[in-house]
Design a protein around this ligand. Structure first.
Ligand SMILES: Cc1ncc(C[n+]2csc(CCOP(=O)(O)OP(=O)(O)O)c2C)c(N)n1
Ligand SMILES: [Mg+2]
Length: 885
C-alpha cells in the first residue's frame, strides 16, 4: 500500500484508484495503462483542471527490471576484456606522464564510461563492413585513451603507438590527445573535444543522413548516429541547441548517451540538485525518448520491494552532492546516510555488510542495464533517444581519485595505487610489471581475444574507422559559367548576384547538380536566392503539409521531402553543422556532396569559428560564402553587421583558402578550381569566399589570368615607367580604379594596377617559398607568386581592402619596396558607402593621397604635392582616427 501524505483528503479513495491501476497493469500491461492515464489527464484538462506540467519521472530506471531485454553476451569474458581495456587506458596515461611529466591525458572519464563503450563495441556499433553500413559514433573526447586501448586489443594499434600517446612527433608515430581526424585520418571521424560541438554536430549528422535518404541519394539501412557526451558538457549552450530539431525531424537514427558521472572538471555538475532529472526534463520537454539508467541490478530488489516506495522517496530527496559523497565515503556512511533515513529502508539492507553496500553497482556500470537501454534505443521509432546513465568518475581508482573532485586531472598513480587498480580488475600482471605500467594483451588464441574479434566481425569490423576518399565525381568544364566569365555588359550587378547565378547554373548541371547542397540560415531573400526555393525546394522530411501564403505566385515557398535547400532558420551553429555533415559525407556516407553555405559574413567566423575549426579538423570539404561582406560595402546595417575581419580568421585556419572577390569571373574561376581541388584531387580543404551587395558593372575575364586569380594576385594594368603600384581587392577594386584615374588626371602619375583576390593565399605561398629557400640554400632558389609578379619594380605599393589593415599587411614583407596599407579598422556604423569609405580612409581620395605621399617619401615628387592633395580632396587633417570613435 502506498502511504498517504498530509495533503490527501481521502486516502481510501486514493487507494481505490491505485488498485484499479494495479489491476489494469496486471491485465493489460504498461502500454494500455499509459494510454488510460494520458486520456484521463487530457480529459481533466479539457474540464479546466490545471495539471502541473511535469517532464520528470521518478529517480529510478526508465526500464523496469521485468521489461529488460535479456543480455546476449558472455558476461565473464566481456568483463575480462573491459578490465584489460581499463588497465591499458590507465597505463598509457600514467606511463606518458611518468616519461614526460605534464604531457597530460585523462584516466577518469574513460574509467566512468568503460561499460557504455564496451557494450557498444561488443553488441551494437555497426562497422564499415556491416551489410547495413556503419554507424557513426561521436566519442567523448576525454575518453580517447579507452578507445585507443581497445584498438590495441583488436590489433589495430601496437604497443609503440600506445607508448607514444600524446607524442605525435615521435618518428615512429604517436596517438593524438583527442579525436582528431586531421591527425589520425584513418581512425577518428569526428572532432569532439571542444565541448558542445559534438552534440549539435551529431543532430545535424543524423538529419543529413535522412536528407540523403529522402532525396534518394542513399538507401535507408537503419544506420545510427551515437553521440557519447559528458554531463558537464551538457552545460554548453550548443549541447541542447539541437534538441527540438531532432524531435521535430523524428530522428530515430540518433542516440545520445550521456555519461552522468555527476562531475565535471572542478567538481559536481549539479551538487545541489540532480543533473539526470534536469536533463530528463529538457529532453522529454523537447520530445525525446528518455531512458534513465541510474541503478544497477543490485538495486532491483529494493526498488521492487513491498517497501520500495521508501527507496523511491529517499532517491527523490538526495541530491547529486550526496551521491558523490557516498562514493567517496563507502559502505558504513551509505548505510547511515542513505538507507538509515527511514527504518523501513534500513531494515531492507540489514543483512548486507558495509562492503556489500559499497559495491552495489550503479546503472552505467551494469552491463545488463546498459545493454537493455541500448537495445531499446536502437529499436525506438519516430523519435531520438537519450540514455542518461549514472556512472562514477574515476571508477576503480579507489583512493587515487574515484569520485573525488580532483579525479578529472588525475594522470599519475603511485606504486600502491597501481597495484590496487590491478587487483581491482584482476589483471594478470606481476607487481613489477604493474608498477612499470606494462600494457597487457591476452594471447591471440585466448578466449578474450577470440571473443572480442568475433563480436566485431559479426558487427562488420572495427570502429572507429575513417574512409579518406569518397567516390569520384566529374566536375564540368568551366564553360558552364560562361555568362559570368563574359561579364555583365551594361548591367550593374553585385558579386552576391553573380554567386547566386553560379549556384543556379551548378544545381542544373546533369553530373553534379544533385550533389550541391545550398545551405542558408534564414537569409535567402537578403541574398536574392529566393527563386531557388521553387526551383530546388526546401528540404522538409514531412513535405509541405500546408498551402503556403504565396502559393499563387510562381516562386512560392516550396517545402518538399526531396527538397535540395537546407533552410536552417536563424541558426548559424546549426547551419554550419549541416555544412559539416554535407562536407564530410564523402567519407562518412560514401556520397560526395558539395555544400555551399552562405550567411551574413559577420555571423560566420566571428560567431561559429570553433565549428569551422572542427570542420577543418574533420576534413570537411565545401564552400563557405560570407555574404553581405565588407565593413563599408554593407553600409546601412552598422556596427554589429559590418564584417571587416573574417578574412583574418580564415587566414589562420590552416586548410581554408580565402578569397575576397570583385567580379563574377573571379567567382567562377575560384569556385571551378575549388571544385576540382576538393572533389577531383581529393584535397581536404574549405574555400571561403566573400561576396558583397554593391552593384557595378563586371568586366569580361582578361586573357590568361585564371591561374593568377587562384594564386591570389593578377594584373589589371601595367605602365611603361612604373613609379607606384596600387593593389585593389574585392569591392574596393572600384575605388582603386578611380584613384588611378585621379592620379593620372590630377597629378600626371600612372600607377600599375593589380587585383588581389586573396592576401592569405599570397602570404602562404610567399612564406612557404621563403621557408623552402631557407632550408635548401644549395638549390636554385624559388620565387613566390608575389615575387614573380612584382619583383621587377621596387616601387611603393598601396594596398586597399574593405577589411582591417592587417589583412593586406600579411604580404607586406614579401612585396618589394615600401608598403602602405589602407583598411577598415574600427567599429562599423551606418551611412552611405561613400561616407563610410571616407570615414575609414579607404576611398579614392585617401588612396590617391597615400600614393602621392609614398612618392614624396621616395623623393619622386615634392612633399607639397601631398599637401595640395589634402586641400584639393577636402581631407580634414583633424579628422579622428576611425579606430578611436
Ligand atoms: C569548450 C570547452 N571548454 C572547456 C573544455 C575543458 N574541459 C575538458 S574536459 C572538461 C570537463 C568535462 O566534464 P564532463 O563533460 O562531465 O565529462 P567527464 O569527463 O566528466 O565525463 C572541461 C571543462 C573543453 N574541452 N571544451
Ligand atoms: Mg561528467
Amino acid at each position: 500500500m502506498i502511504p498517504s501524505d498530509k495533503t490527501d483528503i481521502d486516502p481510501q479513495e486514493t487507494q481505490e484508484w491505485i488498485e484499479s491501476l494495479e489491476d489494469e497493469l496486471e491485465e493489460h500491461g504498461f502500454e494500455r495503462t499509459r494510454y488510460l492515464l494520458e486520456k484521463l489527464v487530457d480529459y481533466a484538462s479539457t474540464k479546466g483542471a490545471r495539471l502541473p506540467f511535469n517532464t520528470n519521472t521518478p529517480f529510478i530506471n526508465t526500464i523496469n527490471v521485468n521489461q529488460e531485454a535479456p543480455f546476449k553476451g558472455d558476461r565473464e569474458t566481456e568483463r575480462k576484456i573491459k578490465s584489460i581495456v581499463r588497465w591499458n587506458a590507465m597505463a598509457m596515461v600514467v606511463s606518458a606522464n611518468t616519461n614526460n611529466p605534464g604531457i597530460g591525458g585523462h584516466i577518469s572519464t574513460y574509467a566512468s564510461a568503460a561499460t557504455l563503450y564496451e557494450i557498444g563495441f561488443n553488441h551494437f556499433f555497426k562497422g564499415p563492413k556491416h551489410p547495413d553500413g556503419a554507424d557513426l559514433i561521436f566519442f567523448q573526447g576525454h575518453a580517447s585513451p579507452g578507445i585507443y586501448a581497445r584498438a590495441f586489443l583488436e590489433g589495430r594499434l601496437d604497443k609503440n603507438a600506445l607508448q607514444n600517446f600524446r607524442r605525435e612527433l615521435t618518428p615512429s608515430g604517436g596517438l593524438s590527445s583527442y579525436p582528431h581526424p586531421w591527425l589520425m585520418p584513418k581512425f577518428w571521424q569526428f572532432a569532439t573535444v571542444s565541448m558542445g560541438l559534438g552534440p549539435l554536430m551529431a543532430v545535424y549528422q543524423a538529419r543529413f543522413m535522412n536528407y540523403l535518404i529522402d532525396r534518394g541519394l542513399m538507401k535507408n539501412t537503419n544506420r545510427k548516429v551515437w553521440a557519447f557526451l559528458g554531463d558537464g558538457e551538457m552545460d554548453e549552450p550548443e549541447s541542447t541547441a539541437g534538441l527540438t530539431l531532432a524531435a521535430r525531424e523524428q530522428l530515430d537514427n540518433l542516440i545520445f548517451v550521456i555519461n552522468c558521472n555527476l562531475q565535471r572538471l572542478d567538481g559536481p555538475v549539479r551538487g545541489n540538485s540532480k543533473v539526470i532529472q534536469e536533463l530528463e526534463g529538457a529532453f522529454r520537454g523537447a520530445g525525446w525518448n528518455v531512458i534513465k539508467v541510474i541503478w544497477g541490478t543490485d538495486f532491483d530488489e529494493y526498488i521492487n520491494h513491498e517497501n520500495g516506495h521508501f527507496f523511491l522517496k529517499r532517491a527523490e530527496e538526495i541530491v547529486d552532492g550526496d551521491l558523490l559523497k557516498y562514493v567517496v565515503e563507502g559502505g558504513a556512511y551509505i548505510r547511515k546516510h542513505f538507507w538509515g533515513k527511514y527504518p523501513e529502508l534500513l531494515e531492507m539492507v540489514a543483512t548486507k555488510t558495509d562492503k556489500e553496500l559499497e559495491k552495489m553497482r550503479v546503472g552505467g556500470h551494469d552491463p545488463v542495464k546498459v545493454y537493455a537501454a541500448f537495445k531499446e534505443a536502437v529499436e525506438t521509432k519516430g523519435k531520438p533517444t537519450v540514455i542518461l546513465t549514472r556512472t562514477i568518475k574515476g571508477y576503480g581508482l579507489g583512493e587515487a581519485g574515484e569520485g573525488r573532485n580532483i579525479t578529472h586531472q588525475q594522470k599519475k598513480l603511485n606504486q600502491e595505487e597501481l597495484l590496487y587498480f590491478r587487483d581491482r580488475f584482476d589483471i594478470p600482471l606481476s607487481d613489477k610489471q604493474s608498477q612499470s605500467t606494462l600494457f597487457y594483451k591476452p594471447r591471440a588464441n585466448s578466449k578474450e581475444a577470440q571473443y572480442l574479434l568475433n563480436q566485431r566481425k559479426k558487427l562488420g569490423g572495427f570502429v572507429p574507422e575513417r574512409k579518406t576518399k569518397g567516390p569520384r565525381i566529374k566536375i564540368p568544364k568551366i564553360t558552364i559559367f560562361e555568362e559570368l566569365l563574359n561579364g555583365s555588359g551594361d548591367r550593374e550587378i553585385s558579386t552576391t548576384m553573380a554567386y547566386v547565378r553560379l549556384l543556379t547554373i551548378l544545381t542544373k548541371d546533369k553530373e553534379i547538380g544533385k550533389n550541391v547542397v545550398p545551405i542558408i540560415p534564414d537569409e535567402a531573400r537578403t541574398f536574392g536566392m529566393d527563386p531557388l526555393f521553387r526551383q530546388l525546394g526546401i528540404y522538409a522530411h514531412n513535405g509541405q503539409l500546408y498551402e503556403p501564403v504565396d502559393s499563387d505566385q510562381f516562386l512560392y515557398y516550396k517545402e518538399s521531402k526531396d527538397g535540395q535547400i537546407l533552410e536552417e532558420g536563424i541558426n548559424e551553429a546549426g547551419a554550419v553543422s549541416s555544412f559539416i555533415a554535407a562536407g564530410t559525407s564523402y567519407s562518412l556516407n560514401g556520397v560526395n556532396m558539395i555544400p555551399f553555405y552562405i550567411y551574413y559574413s559577420m555571423f560566420g567566423f566571428q560567431r561559429i569559428w570553433d565549428f569551422i575549426w572542427a570542420a577543418s579538423d574533420m576534413r570537411a570539404r565545401g564552400f563557405l560564402i560570407g555574404g553581405t561582406a565588407g565593413r563599408t560595402t554593407l553600409n546601412g546595417e552598422g556596427l554589429q553587421h559590418q564584417d571587416g575581419h573574417s578574412h583574418l580568421a580564415a587566414a589562420v585556419t590552416p586548410n581554408i583558402k580565402a578569397y575576397d572577390l570583385s567580379y563574377g569571373y573571379e567567382i567562377a574561376t575560384v569556385v571551378h578550381y575549388g571544385l576540382k581541388d576538393m572533389y577531383e584531387k581529393n584535397n581536404d580543404c574549405i574555400y571561403y569566399i566573400t561576396v558583397e551587395n554593391e552593384n557595378y558593372k563586371h568586366p569580361q575575364i582578361p586573357k590568361d589570368v585564371s591561374a593568377d586569380i587562384v594564386k591570389g594576385l593578377y594584373k589589371i594594368k601595367s605602365t611603361k615607367t612604373p613609379t607606384i603600384r596600387l593593389l585593389g581587392s574585392g569591392p574596393l577594386m572600384n575605388e582603386t580604379l578611380k584613384a588611378a584615374e585621379l592620379l593620372k588626371k590630377d597629378w600626371g602619375i600612372e600607377p600599375g594596377i593589380w587585383n588581389v583576390t586573396s592576401f592569405s593565399e599570397l602570404r602562404k605561398d610567399a612564406e612557404e617559398t621563403e621557408r623552402w629557400n631557407l632550408i635548401h640554400p644549395n638549390k636554385t632558389q624559388r620565387k613566390s607568386h608575389i615575387e614573380k609578379s612584382l619583383s621587377k619594380h621596387k616601387v611603393p605599393t598601396v594596398a586597399v581592402s574593405d577589411y582591417v589593415k592587417m589583412l593586406s599587411e600579411q604580404i607586406a614583407p614579401y612585396v618589394p619596396g615600401p608598403f602602405y596599407s589602407l583598411g577598415t579598422d574600427g567599429f562599423g556604423r551606418s551611412d552611405t558607402r561613400e561616407n563610410l569609405r571616407h570615414f575609414f580612409e579607404i576611398d579614392r581620395y585617401y588612396i590617391t593621397l597615400t600614393a602621392l605621399r609614398a612618392l614624396a617619401d621616395e623623393g619622386v615628387i615634392k612633399m607639397n604635392i601631398a599637401e595640395q592633395a589634402i586641400k584639393k580632396y577636402n581631407i580634414d587633417p583633424e579628422k579622428p582616427n576611425p579606430t578611436t570613435v
